[in-house]
Design a protein around this ligand. Sequence first.
Ligand code: ADP
Ligand code: MG
Length: 441
Amino acid sequence: MEDCNKFWSGVVADLNTKISTVSYDVWFSKLVPIAFDDSNIVLVAPQKNYKSILNSEFKATLISCIKNQDTFVEDFIVITNDEKEKYLKTLSPPESLGLFNENFTFENFVVGESNQIAYAAALAVAKEPGKLHNPLFIYGGVGLGKTHIMHAIGNYIKNINPYKRILYVNTEQFINDFIDSISNNKDNEQNRKFRQKYRDIDVLMLDDVQFLSGKRGTQEALFHTFNELYQTHKQVILSSDKHPKELVFLEERLQSRFQSGLTVDITAPDLETRIAILKRKALTKKANVAPCVINFIAEKIDSNIRELEGALSKVLFFCSLADKEPDNITVVTEALKDYIEITTHAVSIDTIVDASCAYFNISKQEIVGKKKLKQTVLARQISIYLINDLLGVPLATIGSYFGGRDHTTIIYARDKITEQEKTDNLLALQIRDIRAIINKK
Ligand code: ADP
Ligand code: MG
């Protein structure tokens, strides 16, 4: 708690240089920081309307001040006083804002096809910094785990050897430090501080080097810093949203330095990995989340892991406010309705039925017919459940599609699958696969 106050006072100091006193007094002076949630700082506002104002008008400014603090915090969440208690219950136990985010460890990093090479390289570097891959350059899109991996390396090395001097900084911080160091020519003290901070270390991690764009002076300083560290066998780890070759604004000599070690990428996670990440997240939050809920989120959000986690947090938050359990699709769709587009318009009854038929290898006549074979009945019931879930078509309409069954039969099928999906892992898996087939159409 103390940490988040300290963090917030840094943000406030920065904010005051960027917005008017009146704006500050009205919208910021009454905010109270209460916790960190993943990479967010949680702020309590006195009234509801703060949420929309802070999330629109001041969003960009606030985020940039947050990032300027150069910690793991990257974004904010605003809640009202009434929501505070319930919100706190959804959080994992409080963590301290040390050098590295304690949650960003190798253990908490779910490994899949999209990141296994980056993971292996990072672990190797963490075990023997300065020996194997120097520099290690990690690149990939937003929210795919670059910062997490860097912190994991930091946590790992610190654990083994607390005396290692490891510096993690965001490139924006590096730029600021460089500017400070030259802002007063006569002041050699600043210059000395810069050198000490960046050269008197064992490991340098520089996050998001794409921000070096247009910063000639800083690039030069980095080039010298890099050489000195490299020559003394100190480890350098860099991250960026693109391959070094594509960082066209970089001085050529820096570009070639960046590529002289090992370059690895992280791509968007596949469905299995997304599900595993959500499961892990639910576990650390000590939340009991039904497989159908996890699968649903994993299917809907397929590119950015930060958003994936954000969606889960939203669902848990929604459930705690509404006193509901995260155990059915209705709750999720309600919780996320402003967040993602829930109804896939391209999907029709036919698409769903075709997907089930394909999955169970049965014909359309069979599925709408009277057959009572176990597989056929299951395929029929899952289709009914999915049609109701994805399309919200009236029950009678579904009934007539399935050979004139009456609506109680449809309700029975829907409720049976809804219940069974909560406990039956195989069924949850089958439904997930069928949803995936539907989504591909
Ligand atoms: P980037 O720096 O690439 O933009 P981050 O490292 O900040 O992304 O990751 C965004 C969020 O996703 C973090 O909360 C992080 O813990 C989580 N995350 C990313 N990759 C994984 C993974 N493989 N396993 C578990 N969590 C992950
Ligand atoms: Mg990052």
